[in-house]
Design a protein around this ligand. Structure first.
Ligand code: SF4
Length: 161
């Protein structure tokens, strides 16, 4: 609902309705807020429910303050699901600006096909992202981490590289 600007039929502001409720839930001592979590099954009856959940890893420590410094320097971008992929976000991100709690997360995807198939195991995406950001020395460092003598590769392999 919060992704919409206004709600039908009263044209109420969706964020004005949802945000105070999210903050109230986040501050309630009797509620254990489990974000990034999916309900897998519910059984039982009123007063005695059993719920199985699947809580996805954030890959960020729980003491994250939400300062956003990591996102400012993160060189990797991905389509922003909150904006229905019309804009980009960083690989470390907060799901949307008013999210509760304000805690960053990393979507751990499988490695890119270029990284998987590189015979030297170079982090190509990191290299390209750093080049794009104009960080040439850092991009060279990415290559040198896994292949300290890059000039030898073409000479030792029979196929053209
Ligand atoms: S927002 Fe990023 S830099 Fe700031 S505390 Fe959380 S993980 Fe660390």
């Amino acid at each position: 609902m919060l992704q919409y600007d206004k709600t039908f039929p009263t044209l109420d502001c969706a964020a004005c309705i949802g945000t105070p409720k999210m903050v109230a839930v986040g501050q309630d001592k009797n509620i254990n807020l489990m974000t990034n979590t999916e309900v897998e099954s519910v059984s039982g009856f009123i007063g005695n429910f059993k719920v199985n959940v699947n809580q996805h890893a954030r890959y960020v420590k729980t003491n994250c303050t939400g300062c956003g410094d990591c996102a400012k320097v993160c060189p990797v971008e991905a389509p922003n699901e909150w904006d229905v992929e019309t804009r980009m976000r960083k690989a470390i991100y907060i799901s949307f600006p008013q999210a509760v709690p304000v805690r960053y997360a990393i979507d751990k995807k499988d490695r890119g096909p270029c990284v998987q198939t590189c015979p030297a195991g170079i982090n190509i995406q990191g290299f390209v992202a750093l080049i794009k950001a104009g960080k040439y020395q850092e991009s060279l460092n990415v290559i040198m981490e896994t292949m300290p003598l890059p000039g030898t590769l073409g000479r030792n392999l029979p196929g053209p590289l």
